[in-house]
Design a protein around this ligand. Structure first.
Ligand SMILES: NC(=O)c1ccc[n+]([C@@H]2O[C@H](COP(=O)([O-])OP(=O)(O)OC[C@H]3O[C@@H](n4cnc5c(N)ncnc54)[C@H](OP(=O)(O)O)[C@@H]3O)[C@@H](O)[C@H]2O)c1
Length: 248
């Protein structure tokens, strides 16, 4: 018998996939939202299927969250699964979907800025709002995946860091607005998995990490699970960055 229903946006690969794996291992029935990583998500669910009962460990929902139709589809699909499985609401919602690109401040166009705002702020706002009743039913929790950029200047990343800061503040605000039924927290990964465009300078980043190594997706999913399972924690941010954010 599953623990309840958990939804992870952008859960088909990389860090999101590890969050999905750890939730399944804990007994959650996981809705793996993807935009393009459909095969990866299907394989992940096949690998984690309950071998004894043969029952699925979750299902894949495909939606491009840059569109209103995609967001509506994700909301409707989540509600349908909860109803079909006779579940009492939504236990966990992880806002993990993200975009990450570097561009000079003066070159960032309106489209790029709006997409960052859409994925990092507008979608988490509207998705949480639409699923608030379901989260309340389950005394659920929400986790925003942010990063360690807060309060510092990062060259070529103003469009990314400012919208992630918006997500952080949204989550902190909701920790008050949605209490006492729903807990809301953030996980802020540091240098975990390089994007393709930053692979070359990733080694120099790692030199600055006090713990002397990059983090793994497992390091991040452990913090996510800790927040999900810590029933008196709300309005918190856990940095999973090997001490990077406090390094001199
Ligand atoms: N990697 C790191 O070291 C690091 C560091 C700091 C913070 N973080 C944060 O931790 C989280 C996970 O990191 P990550 O590097 O694994 O994330 P990622 O690969 O950059 O993105 C996660 C997923 O977001 C989905 N996505 C992008 N645009 C979308 C759209 N328009 N509609 C729907 N989904 C969309 C993609 O799904 P598809 O693959 O299905 O297209 C992608 O797999 C992110 O929130 C990230 O900001 C990561």
């Amino acid at each position: 018998m599953a623990k309840g229903v958990a939804l992870v946006t952008g859960g088909g690969r990389r860090i999101g996939a590890q969050i999905v794996r750890s939730f399944i291992a804990e007994g959650w029935y996981v809705l793996v939202h993807v935009r393009s990583s459909v095969k990866e998500a299907q394989t992940l669910l096949e690998e984690t299927q309950n071998t004894e009962s043969g029952s699925p460990s979750g299902e894949v929902i495909v939606a491009d969250l840059s569109t209103d139709e995609g967001l509506s589809h994700l909301i409707a699909s989540t509600r349908r699964v909860i109803a079909d499985r006779n579940q009492t609401g939504l236990g966990v919602l992880v806002h993990n979907a993200s975009i990450y690109s570097s561009n000079d401040f003066e070159a960032v166009g309106l489209e790029e800025l709006r997409l960052n705002t859409r994925i990092h702020m507008e979608v988490p706002f509207l998705l949480t709002q639409a699923l608030t009743a379901e989260l309340k039913q389950a005394s659920g929790c929400v986790i925003g995946m942010i990063d360690t950029s807060l309060g510092r200047s990062w060259s070529g990343l103003a469009h990314y860091t400012s919208t992630k800061a918006g997500l952080r503040q949204l989550m902190m605000n909701l920790a008050g607005d949605l209490a006492p039924e729903i807990r809301v927290n953030c996980v802020a990964p540091g240098a975990i998995m390089a994007a393709a465009w930053e692979a070359e300078h990733f080694a120099s980043v790692l030199e600055k990490v006090p713990l002397g190594r990059g983090g793994s997706p497992d390091d991040v999913s452990k913090a996510v699970s800790f927040l999900v399972n810590s029933e008196y924690l709300s309005g918190q941010v856990i940095s999973v960055d090997g001490g990077w954010s406090v390094a001199p």
